[in-house]
Design a binder for this molecule. Sequence first.
Ligand code: EPZ
Length: 413
Amino acid sequence: MRIEGGTPLQGCVRISGAKNAVLPILMATLLAAGEHRICNVPRLRDVETSMRLLQELGARVEREGDVLVVDTTSATGEEAPYELVKTMRASFLVLGPLLARFGYARVSLPGGCAIGARPVDLHLKGLRAMGADIKIEHGYVVARSKRLRGAHLYMDLVTVTGTENLMMAAVTAEGTTVIENAAREPEVVNLAEALNRMGARVQGAGSSTITIEGVSALRPSVQEVIPDRIECGTFMAAAAITGGDVRIEGCIPQHLQAVITKLRESGVWIETGDTWIRVRGEGRLRGVDVITMPYPGFPTDMQAQMMACMTLAHGHSVITETVFENRFMHVAELQRMGADLTIDGHSVLVRGVERLSGAPVMATDLRASASLILAGLAAQGETVLSRIYHIDRGYERIEEKLARLGAKIWRER
Ligand code: EPZ
């Protein structure tokens, strides 16, 4: 991706469906045989990977514009192979549904990734508590259970996909399951809504305690994916860092309270409506401190993007990452563009500089790629970002959306 920096972004951009909402909803279709229709599905590499995984499991998957039609009638409880799971960790979300529907699943352990070890021990601990027999064989989780039974689960850590996997396992379990210290992310709520439309009885999603009353069977249904709050936050940061004036349509401002608050604290002008946010950069930002936390705290998926904004702010900012142990891969690349950053354990001290200079940089993970694009939009001269397959995992046609806002950005085939 080539970017010529220095142009303030102007105009309107529409947000696509949320990657981290559509992935679990796609896996949940395995819970009920029949034809499911999922609306507002973004065109992302991770969605294509999930479609392939469902097809490997015997489902029929077709795209009709923004709708995915998924028929899981002929799906079987086979396995989620390593080559798919290693490219997309969210594949691990088939474990709960396969176990609930077929009583058997063989799913590759996801292994680590660029941002951390990302173990799945809490997923397995919860399934064992629900009566599943879980073995680890040759890098695969082999899970068996005649019928899962409801349990009172306490999550040692807040885990988004852990909460989602266990919620999906519990919907047809015998009796009631309570998940304490559950993740509260909007994507968890979207999945709970989807499950309830399929006939499940999930209550409390969005709070720390989710109660699932097991039912005998679920039926296919029509689902709607919520807008992607991280894509939205990324475009807010793009308007802020370029000193532009951007109206973001088709979003849910309520899902971005922490990001709105932080950007306002740094001097960005923000106005919100029911389904839109207007962001105007009013001169140089002020350095503010940021600590990432599970929802509703400041999202870890916005940490790299906020750091890009702070590199040009007036004064200092301390950015602390509390969710993942190695999510500072973008620091070295931003330094190559002239940012003044010092890593100290889980924190980075950002000393604001007057300008960044364009440079050849490399993407390492999805959100690091986004932060390098943001820096390139504000830097003097040209930035060339390589390994952009990372960005395509989570952003739909990002260069087209940015170019429509006036950015000088193009993709080299
Ligand atoms: C989800 O990952 C998201 N992915 C991530 O988005 C996001 O960064 C993360 O939640 C945090 O919000 C999807 O929803 C598909 P976690 P997940 O389990 O569920 C530890 C992106 O950029 N942990 O909430 O894998 C774990 O190591 C991606 O879109 C355990 O120790 O994250 C981490 O430190 C990146 N044991 C912390 O919990 C477990 O069994 C939170 O991880 C599970 C998690």
